[in-house]
Structure formats: C-alpha cells, structure tokens
Design a protein around this ligand. Sequence first.
Ligand code: GRF
Length: 217
Amino acid sequence: MSRKRVAVLISGRGSNMAALIEAAKDKTYPAEIVLVASNRPDAAGLVTARAAGIATHAIDHTIFGKDRAGFDRALNRVLEQNRIEIVCLAGFMRLLTAGFVSQWEGRMLNIHPALLPAFKGLDTHKRALEAGAKTHGATVHFVAPEMDSGPIIAQGAVAVRDNDTEQTLAARVLAVEHRIYPLALRLVAEDRVQIVDGRCLIDGVPAPDTASLFPSD
Ligand code: GRF
C-alpha cells in the first residue's frame, strides 16, 4: 500500500506533530508527513519540522481579519498543491469553517486533551481536577463542524492522582497523546476506520483493543 500524504496543522509548540513525524520515520508506517502548516508564523513547531527536513508553510491568520472563509481557502490551496490526503490538527488553535470541514470530512483528525465527550474546549486539565474526575485522558477524533465533536477514533486514559496539579496531570496526558495520535493516524491511513451512524468502527467493531490505551499508572 502506498503511504498516505499527511499535513499536520499547528499553532504552537508542536509536540504532537513531532510524535507523528517520529512515527512516520519508519518506512513501514502507512503515512508520511509531507507538510507542516501553521496559522502563526512564529510557531515553535515550524522550527522543529524544518529541522526534521519537512516542508513548512505559514498562513498568518491575522492578515485575513474576520474573513475565516478566506483563510480556509488559502489553507485548502496549500493542501491541494501538496496533494494532501489526510490532515492532522495538532494544537491548531483556530476554528475552521463548516465548508472547509465538510470538504475534509473523514480525512481530518484532531487531538483533544480530555476523554471526549467530557471537557470540550479549553483548560481541560484544570476542569477535570475541579470536577473531581478520577480518570482523565486524551482523544483523537475526526473533525466535525461543532468544536471537539466528531467520531472518536482512539482514546488514552490516565488515573488522576491525589496530589495532581494541572501541570502534573497535563504532563501525563501529553505522554498519552504522543502515543495515541500515531496509533490513530495509522488506523486511518490503513483504511481500517469506517464511520457508521456517527461512530467509528475499527476493523468492523466499535471498541477494539487497538484503539484504547490504559497506561498502568
Ligand atoms: C495538546 O495538548 C493538544 O491535545 C491540544 O493542544 C496541545 C498542543 O500541544 N489540542 P502540542 O503543540 O502538540 O505540543
């Protein structure tokens, strides 16, 4: 099977992007990262991507003002020019228009630092602690027009500890993110994920072991 051409969209640090790049170094991995794009020209992740020899592109969203569709059109042009087949959002802090999302339906993934559908939006670790959640984690899902929704591909859980702070919990969740994103992209790139009635079936079943991670802490 030929490797799928993937673009990773970032806005900042890019540690999930780096995890995807690392996984794709293996020639047997079913996807290759051919482009990293950012809506912020100063995103640190762009430097990391260039150092890994990956083409980068910055589209400064501030130039588009309130014209979200204009930004999305510019982004789409870059994706098409690079013959991208799958888009991975990785800390991409920008809402995309419904038109763009539907164009990439079933081909655009996002990672969210919580066990969706719990804790959509920002400050997920703080909110999980405040809620007294006993288990927290991260989710990779297909992108749907509504923020942090869309069919769930893979999840990783961590136990919340008595003495956890936002920072310690975030660090353990991030380590899980770096494992489940390459796993989810592999499943999608191998065409093993099917969306049926708004849910992902993997190899034909709703919740296979391959798509869940329960580190033993
Ligand atoms: C991650 O926690 C991701 O889940 C969230 O934003 C953060 C981005 O971190 N969407 P990084 O840029 O991948 O290091």
